[in-house]
Design a protein around this ligand. Structure first.
Ligand SMILES: Cc1cc2nc3c(=O)[nH]c(=O)nc-3n(C[C@H](O)[C@H](O)[C@H](O)COP(=O)(O)OP(=O)(O)OC[C@H]3O[C@@H](n4cnc5c(N)ncnc54)[C@H](O)[C@@H]3O)c2cc1C
Length: 515
């Protein structure tokens, strides 16, 4: 296994329990990829460097199949999942309970509150009965997915929702500009933007996914605990996870992989190679373009990273952030995520700035507050939090080396319009991660792309990453892909690793032990 992200570990876990001799080779000193937890800012302040919101890993079978709780993973579900604060000092809050959430919406629009309640039911059913099962199975042909929806007006409405942009859908569903902005901004977080056609399909995951019986959870002790539980499962079943073991080369002959070469020159023979990395890294860099036939090289080069990455600022605060909106809506003070963006037009402008190679001039911000719920992440009475928003990997003018510090000030100035506690005297320490830093720290996130490749219609489902080969397979008969560049894509779900293990078992004639 090249790469020990959560997908690589998931795949390794399923294969190890199926009786295979598995070796995971991870470049970094800690396994887990985007499940990284580090003292980034100051002693005692522990930050989940990438993922904080763990949802799909619980909704699908991986958490149960790999017995992750027995291997040390623990979770808690914040009652107030996400809030959006507005210029007048008001806020909208999504709580786990739909009644509580509906009450918050009623203050803005009674009609929108009714629509939300209906959608919660409709999307909840879609998530449980259609979407989650489809994530944990190989992708279907487009016509198979679409055909059943073509038969009725309700089906066509759902299809339209899947094809349109998150922002168009917000405007079509809700009347109140505040409700539109609250939900639109939240749904945009999954892929970064609200103006890409096809991403309306994310509504059930983000809307129903934030309500009971689903919800976004925080790993007790930090997100890396999930990865360590996976490592423990792999090892219990006879597998080995080696860290500080960057792979330099996948040796191939005649369309077949023979061995792995590490950076330190060590050569390890392998019967099957599975890569947690994207197709470009796996084939252009580790196999080498010269080893690919021309058609396959073209397929690999077709793979696109997203133009938009993320700018993140991690803060160690002497006292927690105090939101102005808490006066009108006290729940905002204890929320997993709080965002600010005046309207959907600004969200679209942010994306346009990124496409022009400019960090958003007036960024909409997404702030995350895990230590309010998981006190081990910060010293008593203090807060470890972070703020993120979209940013381009490539700047038209200047470089991130020069821009990161001044841009952190832009972000803080924006945040201070809505909250106190962000004055220099209250900030014990900070850590800035620009798009180039994401790539530097996490070598699998090329271009700062946390999904290992843009999540757009032409790179989803059967197109992720090659339509020329069956899902998870490649032009090499014993090289497989199992990371976020495969169906269903990025996020902490374990789905890519789970599905890849199924494909490998099918090809090698190994009996699957899972359902
Ligand atoms: C700032 C940020 C916030 C995020 N927030 C969330 C969130 O809240 N919820 C959520 O679900 N998702 C979130 N994500 C996305 C999520 O982290 C990724 O989609 C996910 O980590 C992808 O998992 P993976 O296992 O496929 O790959 P990765 O996590 O990228 O793991 C791949 C592994 O391969 C290793 N590797 C790279 N090169 C080599 C090599 N040559 N040899 C050996 N090993 C190598 C890497 O070190 C890494 O450990 C976030 C991402 C970022 C950047």
């Amino acid at each position: 296994m090249v790469g020990g992200g959560h997908n690589g570990l998931t795949c390794a876990g399923y294969l190890a329990k199926a009786g295979q001799k598995v070796l995971v080779l991870e470049a970094r000193p800690v396994a887990g990829g985007g499940c990284a937890t580090e003292e980034l800012t100051a002693p005692g302040f522990t930050h989940n460097f990438h993922s904080n919101f763990h949802g799909l890993i619980h909704w699908g079978p991986v958490y149960r199949d790999l017995e992750l709780e027995r291997h040390g993973a623990r979770y808690l579900w914040p009652e107030n999942q996400f809030a959006h604060v507005f210029p007048g000092g008001d806020a909208l809050v999504c709580s786990l309970g739909v009644d509580e959430t509906v009450k918050s919406i009623e203050r803005f629009s009674r009609r929108d509150a009714r629509v939300f309640r209906d959608l919660a039911r409709e999307y909840g059913d879609a998530l449980k009965n259609a979407m989650v099962p489809s994530f944990f199975a190989p992708p279907q042909r487009p016509s198979q997915e679409i055909a059943p929806l073509e038969e009725t007006v309700d089906g066509l409405r759902a299809l339209w929702g899947n094809f349109t942009t998150p922002n168009h859908l917000a405007r079509a569903l809700f009347d109140s500009p505040e409700v539109q902005t609250w939900i639109g901004f939240w749904v945009a977080q999954l892929a970064g933007t609200g103006d890409v056609f096809g991403l309306g399909a994310n509504y059930p995951v983000m809307l129903a996914g934030s309500l009971e019986p689903f919800g976004w959870a925080i790993a007790v002790g930090g997100s890396n605990k999930l990865a360590q539980a996976m490592v423990s499962f792999v090892e219990e079943h006879g597998g080995t996870v080696r860290v500080d073991a960057p792979v330099r080369q996948i040796e191939v002959t005649d369309g077949h992989a023979a061995a792995i070469r590490l950076d330190n020159g060590e050569r390890i023979e392998a019967r099957t190679v599975v890569s947690n990395l994207d197709p470009r890294m796996t084939f252009l860099e580790l196999v080498g373009e010269g080893e690919l036939d021309e058609a396959f090289a073209r397929s690999v080069k077709r793979w696109r990273y997203d133009a938009m990455s993320m700018f993140c600022l991690y803060l160690a605060l002497e006292t927690p952030v105090r939101w102005q909106a808490a006066e009108l809506e006290p729940k905002v003070q204890r929320c997993f995520a709080v965002s600010m963006c005046e309207d959907l037009q600004l969200l679209e402008d942010n994306a346009s700035d990124c496409r022009l190679g400019m960090p958003p001039r007036t960024p909409g911000l997404f702030t995350v507050h895990p230590s309010l719920f998981e006190p081990s992440l910060a010293p008593a009475g203090k807060e470890a939090c972070f703020v993120e928003q979209i940013a381009p990997y490539e700047l038209r003018d200047g470089s991130w080396q020069d821009e990161r510090e001044p841009y952190a000030e832009t972000v803080l100035a924006r945040w201070r319009e809505y909250a106190s506690g962000l004055e220099p005297s209250n900030v014990a320490a900070r850590y800035i991660s620009s798009p180039i830093d994401i790539e530097r720290v996490m070598p699998s996130m090329r271009h700062g792309d946390w999904n290992h490749g843009e999540m757009s219609q032409d790179q989803l489902g059967i197109f992720r990453p090659f339509y020329e080969y069956p899902p998870y397979r490649t032009a090499f008969d014993n090289v497989y892909l199992c990371g976020a560049s495969t169906h269903p894509g990025g996020s902490i779900s374990g789905a890519c690793g789970h599905n890849a293990a199924g494909a490998i078992c099918e090809d090698l004639g190994i009996a699957r032990w899972w359902g």
